[in-house]
Design a protein around this ligand. Structure first.
Ligand SMILES: *[C@@H]1O[C@H](CO)[C@@H](O)[C@H](O)[C@H]1NC(C)=O
Ligand SMILES: *[C@@H]1O[C@H](CO)[C@@H](O)[C@H](O)[C@H]1NC(C)=O
Ligand SMILES: *[C@@H]1O[C@H](CO)[C@@H](O)[C@H](O)[C@H]1NC(C)=O
Ligand SMILES: *[C@@H]1O[C@H](CO)[C@@H](O)[C@H](O)[C@H]1NC(C)=O
Ligand SMILES: *[C@@H]1O[C@H](CO)[C@@H](O)[C@H](O)[C@H]1NC(C)=O
Ligand SMILES: *[C@@H]1O[C@H](CO)[C@@H](O)[C@H](O)[C@H]1NC(C)=O
Ligand SMILES: *[C@@H]1O[C@H](CO)[C@@H](O)[C@H](O)[C@H]1NC(C)=O
Length: 610
């Protein structure tokens, strides 16, 4: 394989010369991991990290392959550094494909190719891990070699289902790790814990003034005072949002039947209360990163947990596709652009997913090409598409979605006592501390009423990223306690660069994004604790008028006035639900009713989402 790279900033003559070279040289053909297929179309599975991270050849090979990958010299086009850099920094070409747009990377966000762009990206990463694993497996001693070679062939990248396991997995949070290597059991630096840069900001090609440029390694919840990461802060933030995230994932599957609504935060074609896969994904980036690489798109790809997170996003996408196989990408305007696509470009299923080549020439994958995971030779445990017809597969996925994300018990939400407790009860205590177990026990995702907050806001209202935390009752005094407050309802997280001004010195692109924060879990807990009569508007509206509050913070932990978020409008809605009656059926949702009076008169409160 021979690659030629055109860096931006060269003279037109040099660029032209490189262009000629690219044309007659060989592009890197992305196939996904190319082995382990069965004779009936069976493909190896990407496993959940908690099932995958057990002692054994597949896990050993994955860790050792990832380590070798990270140690490749960053000048190598197939190094971890350069692959991670496709997503954001450094803003240079990859595999002969150059960009010129304002956004820091090739990645597609807030536009309908968001799910499809990340599919070949993950396949490329998986393919390179797989190649490293082939070489490592052959070096095991005779008595182990065949077992390791076999495992290397079916090796696929694991995913982390944060909607069921809302804690940073131990295998990601521990600095050291022990695996069986070709020379015996060894304890080594854990390549899932962090990536160590080989150069400084200038050598990496990062803009020196960017707040994330000078870190020598990836960090999570960086504490400016102690100068260290706080991995347990990530778990605390994930737990505080767990019930909210699980409701969003369940409704993403059960209520979103149209690709445009499902795919991203772009508000066009809005036909629901703001839920979409990108909002959910943004929230996880925010919870893992804190002030750290996962929080910011220009550097997120360097944290190795990115690929566990995005394998899950891809899995949710593939499961959604099995449910709604006829809905796919319609032409939509990319209001914000990427490094490759200019602002205003119309994305269709035939648009190139740059810089990913489908052959060794100049052809790039399109969303149409990547519609099936079979294109890249993998599947997920929920999707044995080679043994089920499309109807059977959809029914199979519905049953799994119900049991994983809408788990049911025989209890119903019932008041703890006949007497509504005194209104002097502390609101924050009465509606707080909601674990996933409690939400499951209360059947939160299969009740006959739902409540949500809808967020509409400008894509770039500030010069950095931000989050909006919603509380029942008052927010804690300290900003640092907001993300994990016991009375947090949920967090809306924008996934913006650490310094927006740096990329848009002449003003930020206009346009809005949307998201949803479910509230049913909070209200159902109030009913079960006897402090709210029921989930009807008559009971809920007066409570929310009094008790629903929200605050805005930056990733660095600074409060921002709510009114500083241009274009922000917050609306509350409810809708009736006919709960599901069979394990492979979904609930039926009634019409959305906007309850203008809940937020009107409060900062950025709007009657309805428009
Ligand atoms: C990577 O390769 C470059 C160019 O060959 C060399 O100057 C540099 O020292 C290498 N870096 C490492 C970490 O080996
Ligand atoms: C490796 O795979 C081959 C072919 O599927 C099989 O015959 C063999 O038993 C496997 N060996 C081990 C040690 O699992
Ligand atoms: C990063 O380091 C460089 C070189 O020391 C310095 O010029 C720059 O101001 C630093 N950037 C930040 C954001 O601190
Ligand atoms: C880390 O974060 C957790 C959860 O937010 C917090 O309780 C703990 O005090 C933090 N540790 C340090 C050393 O700051
Ligand atoms: C719910 O109740 C039905 C009938 O009473 C029973 O068969 C079933 O096992 C119960 N399910 C759970 C999860 O308790
Ligand atoms: C919530 O949990 C915290 C910490 O476990 C505890 O201090 C507090 O009393 C709990 N509040 C309620 C209302 O259960
Ligand atoms: C963002 O970048 C601009 C332009 O380079 C610079 O003036 C500003 O200080 C930066 N802000 C932050 C928060 O780094």
């Amino acid at each position: 394989m021979h690659l030629t790279f055109a860096r931006s900033g060269r003279s037109p003559f040099v660029l032209f010369f490189l262009f000629l070279l690219v044309d007659c040289s060989t592009a890197f053909r992305i196939t996904g991991a190319p082995g382990g297929f069965g004779s009936n179309g069976e493909r190896p599975l990407r496993y959940e990290i908690h099932d995958f991270a057990n002692p054994g050849p597949a896990f050993d090979l994955y860790i050792l392959a990832l380590r070798d990958f990270q140690l490749l010299n960053q000048t190598d086009p197939l190094s971890y550094f350069q692959i991670a850099g496709i997503h954001g920094f450094p803003r240079v070409s990859w595999d002969g494909v150059a960009g010129s747009g304002g956004y820091p990377g090739f990645c597609m966000h807030a536009s309908t190719p968001f799910p499809t762009w990340h599919r070949p990206y993950l396949a490329l990463y998986e393919q390179l891990i797989w190649q490293h694993a082939q070489n490592i497996a052959r070096t095991y001693p005779d008595d182990q070699r065949e077992q390791y070679v076999n495992a290397s062939v079916t090796l696929r990248h694991p995913y982390w289902d944060w909607a069921v396991h809302p804690a940073l997995p131990d295998v990601v949070a521990e600095p050291r790790i022990t695996v069986n290597t070709p020379i015996g059991w060894r304890t080594m630096d854990n390549p899932l814990y962090q990536y160590v840069f080989q150069s400084n900001a200038a050598g990496n090609g990062f803009p020196l003034s960017d707040p994330m440029a000078n870190f020598s390694r990836t960090v999570r919840w960086w504490d400016q005072t102690t100068k260290s990461s706080n991995q347990s802060a990530a778990t605390a933030a994930l737990l505080a949002n767990a019930a909210s995230i699980q409701s969003l994932v369940y409704q993403m599957f059960t209520a979103l039947t149209d690709y445009t609504a499902f795919s991203c935060t772009w508000p066009g074609g809005q036909q629901n209360t703001g839920n979409n896969i990108e909002t959910i994904h943004n929230s996880i980036h925010n919870s893992i990163g804190g002030y750290g690489h996962m929080q910011f798109p220009e550097v997120a790809g360097f944290d190795p947990v990115f690929y566990l997170h995005h394998a899950n996003v891809d899995r949710l996408f593939a499961m959604w596709q099995a449910l709604y196989p006829d809905s796919y990408m319609e032409p939509t305007v990319n209001a914000y652009g990427s490094y490759y696509e200019p602002v205003g470009f119309v994305d269709t299923a035939a648009t190139a997913l740059a810089p990913f080549h489908s052959d060794d020439g100049s052809t790039m994958f399109t969303s149409h090409d990547v519609r099936s995971t079979a294109t890249f030779g993998y599947s997920y445990p929920e999707l044995p598409d080679w043994e089920l017809n499309p109807d059977q597969l959809a029914a199979h996925v519905r049953a799994i979605v119900n049991s994983l994300y809408g788990p049911s018990t025989n209890s119903t939400v019932r008041r703890a006592s006949e007497e509504i407790k005194s209104r002097s009860t502390n609101i924050a205590d009465s509606f707080g501390n909601i674990s996933l177990d409690l939400a499951r026990h209360l059947n939160v995702n299969n009740l006959n009423t739902q409540w949500s907050i809808t967020v509409l806001v400008d894509r770039f209202p500030l010069d950095t990223s931000f989050s909006i935390d919603f509380f029942m009752g008052d927010a804690p005094h300290e900003v640092s306690q907001w993300p994990t407050a016991a009375n947090l309802i949920g967090t809306y997280a924008q996934f913006n660069p650490a310094n927006v001004t740096l990329f848009h010195p002449n003003g930020f692109p206009e346009g809005q994004v949307r998201g949803e924060i479910p509230m049913t879990h909070t209200l159902a807990v109030g009913v079960s604790r006897g402090v709210l009569r029921d989930l009807s508007p008559q009971s809920v509206v007066p409570l929310l008028q009094k008790a629903l509050t929200w605050k805005v913070r930056t990733p660095a932990g600074e409060e921002v006035p709510v009114t500083a978020l241009s274009g922000l409008s917050l609306s509350v809605s409810t809708r009736p639900v006919v709960p599901r009656t069979a394990r492979n059926r979904f609930p039926q949702y009634g019409a959305v009713q906007w309850l203008d009076s809940v937020t009107e008169g409060k900062p950025c409160g709007a009657g309805r989402a428009h």
